[in-house]
Design a protein around this ligand. Structure first.
Ligand SMILES: NC(=O)c1ccc[n+]([C@@H]2O[C@H](COP(=O)([O-])OP(=O)(O)OC[C@H]3O[C@@H](n4cnc5c(N)ncnc54)[C@H](OP(=O)(O)O)[C@@H]3O)[C@@H](O)[C@H]2O)c1
Length: 277
């Protein structure tokens, strides 16, 4: 049987790095690919973890905004492992409150990483998931808060159990267009680029889980979105309430759900608890 393998995106620092460490400490029995877009930062992070006793951590380059990079990783996984057992889509970005870029630009850039980047990684890697694989898309509680700020028409669309991936992509595109035109709030969107991209990640997870249930029934694959909490990282700053290790707890819990467990699947999970969407 091939060796098991886990992939964590955006893992050179912050929650991603803590997730890799958490998987290792939780006894993931296989290789853990710490991926990062910057090779030096990724290699340094691997060296740090190895010095802490995480021997099964390996670096692989991955820029989630570069579709070629995801396809290269897919090829590597197929050739070396014959599939993928755990995928944690953690990489993400947010503009600081002090950012001076126009809102339309912030919307486009944030959407490219958080939504499109995550989607491209999934398009490359979900087809090679092995039975009993676990997929965790790191979203945020902000997705729920932002959903509540959408018009009732948009809320109904985002809660629609039959929404397709194509329809969700169109909606994310419409938000960016509206943001660039300066009338996103008039069109019923919340006034947050980050929050809207995370609505996209949570809804994408619900759709992906439904599709997996339909196309691979009996394979035991579980896919969820999660919120790590408010975590002290470069993104959230030093006032946040959780350490990166605490922020990694829910993603690691979802990634390590034992074989035979049927749920959660297609949920937004926060503090290891399913949230109402
Ligand atoms: N911190 C919080 O309170 C909080 C709360 C809810 C959700 N989250 C989510 O948790 C995840 C991790 O956030 P964090 O707080 O750990 O942030 P962070 O410290 O800023 O780390 C973000 C990571 O994502 C990577 N990244 C960004 N764009 C990338 C790309 N195109 N390709 C590959 N990697 C990329 C960064 O790489 P570089 O070092 O190269 O930039 C970095 O490794 C994000 O999805 C975030 O939205 C965080």
């Amino acid at each position: 049987m091939s060796k098991r393998v886990a992939v964590v995106t955006g893992a050179n620092k912050g929650i991603g790095l803590a997730i890799v460490k958490g998987l290792c400490k939780a006894g993931f029995n296989g290789d853990i690919l710490l991926t990062a877009r910057n090779e030096k930062l990724g290699q340094d992070a691997v060296a740090g973890l190895k010095s802490e006793g995480c021997k099964n951590v390996i670096f692989q380059q991955l820029d989630i905004c570069d579709q070629g990079s995801s396809l290269k990783l897919k090829k590597f996984l197929e050739e070396k492992y014959g599939g993928l057992d755990v995928l944690i889509n953690n990489a993400g970005m947010a503009f600081k409150h002090s950012a001076t870029e126009p809102f339309g630009e912030q919307a486009e850039v944030t959407m490219r990483t958080n939504f499109w980047g995550t989607l491209w990684v999934c398009h490359a890697l979900l087809p090679i998931l092995r039975p009993n694989a676990r997929v965790v898309n790191v979203s945020s509680f902000v997705s729920k808060k932002s959903l509540d700020q959408c018009s009732s028409e948009l809320q109904a669309k985002f809660r629609n159990k039959d929404l397709s991936e194509e329809e969700l992509c169109l909606l994310m595109g419409e938000f960016v267009q509206a943001a660039q035109a300066g009338d996103h709030t008039a069109q019923g969107w919340p006034n947050t680029a980050y929050g809207t991209t995370k609505i996209g990640v949570t809804v994408l997870s619900r759709i992906q889980a439904r599709v997996l249930t339909e196309t691979r029934p009996g394979d035991g694959i579980l896919l969820n979105a999660c919120c790590p909490g408010w975590v002290r990282t470069d993104m959230a700053g030093s006032n946040a309430t959780k350490s990166p290790e605490e922020g990694a707890e829910t993603p690691v819990y979802l990634a390590m759900l034992p074989e035979g467990v049927k749920e959660p699947h297609g949920q937004l999970v926060w503090d290891k608890t399913v949230q109402e969407w």
